[in-house]
Design a protein around this ligand. Structure first.
Ligand code: SAM
Length: 266
């Protein structure tokens, strides 16, 4: 499946900020608990974006680790490098396209992570085999992604506002099935962990900000919902009205993130 997907820097950062502000739980704490981290280890974070997970590993290991983050987006890498400069340039950031052979030797890393991204790969088994190849024997791959029940409220409100069927999302429609299967086919052992984080909004604005950051014109997945900017704004108005109705009825909006964290052992 070819997916024309490009994350917009401001959209990604908006969503991360909303998770931090309105979520009851911290996903990085959950991830760190699941992973067999130890000082001195060599880590590659694939599709690192602005470096969120790289900096989490760096902090958790008190800076005693060799961490590389790779991404295809120059814009997000620039953000990551900005933060890296602020903290002493201790993480390496590099261009990496996970649809191509990774620019690393076999058996290089103790741990690989790929958070909220593997489902954008053009050929998932290929990308997972590349991850397996560059891991040392006994090394671990951590992936995270949305499960089918993820952010039900978001889809319910959009369906109510537009009366259109939701297109299958590359993440939530495949992560817990096709992608888990591909990991199980390549790795000796895969443990499945689930993280639930209710985001509670007392008014509609942050929910609308989140919706915009998930649906903006740059995200080609929603092309059947709107054509161009004006149409997008009309749809956002209908979504706002539907969200307001629910908020008035229930006094708040609760959107629960349901995330799978798969830990594979090579
Ligand atoms: C939802 S973001 C997640 C970023 C980061 N892991 C995080 O959790 O903040 C998805 C990431 O996948 C990256 N990505 C998409 N296609 C890619 C490709 N072909 N190779 C490498 N990274 C890619 C995007 O640039 C973006 O940084």
């Amino acid at each position: 499946m070819k997916i024309n997907y490009q994350e917009t820097t401001s959209d990604l950062l908006t969503r991360i900020d909303i998770h931090n502000k309105y979520g009851g739980r911290n996903i990085d704490d959950w991830m760190l608990q699941l992973l067999p981290l130890r000082k001195g280890m060599k880590i590659l974070d694939v599709a690192c974006g602005a470096g969120k997970q790289c900096f989490s590993f760096f902090q958790a290991l008190d800076g005693d680790a060799d961490i590389t983050g790779g991404d295809v987006s120059e814009d997000l890498l620039a953000k990551a490098r900005q933060e890296n400069a602020r903290t002493g340039n201790r993480v390496k950031f590099t261009e990496l396209n996970f649809n191509q052979r990774f620019p690393f030797e076999d058996n290089t890393f103790d741990m690989l992570s790929c958070c909220f991204a593997i489902y954008y790969a053009e050929d998932i088994p290929f990308t997972i085999r590349e991850m397996h190849r560059v891991l040392k024997p006994g090394g671990h791959l951590f992936t995270s992604g949305p499960m089918p029940e993820n952010k039900q409220l978001f889809y319910d409100v959009i369906r109510e506002a537009t009366d259109k069927p939701i297109p299958p999302m590359p993440g939530s429609s495949r992560y817990g099935s096709q992608i888990l299967d591909a990991m199980q086919a390549t790795f000796a052992k895969v443990d499945v962990n689930i993280f639930e984080n209710p985001l509670t909004f007392d008014d509609v604005q942050p929910f609308i900000d989140y919706t915009r950051a998930s649906l903006s014109e740059d995200r080609k997945l929603w092309s059947s919902f709107f054509q161009g900017k004006e149409d997008f704004e009309r749809m956002m108005q209908a979504i706002t009205t539907a969200a307001q109705r629910r908020q008035e009825k229930d006094g708040k909006l609760v959107m629960t993130k349901v995330v799978g964290g798969f830990v594979a052992t090579r």
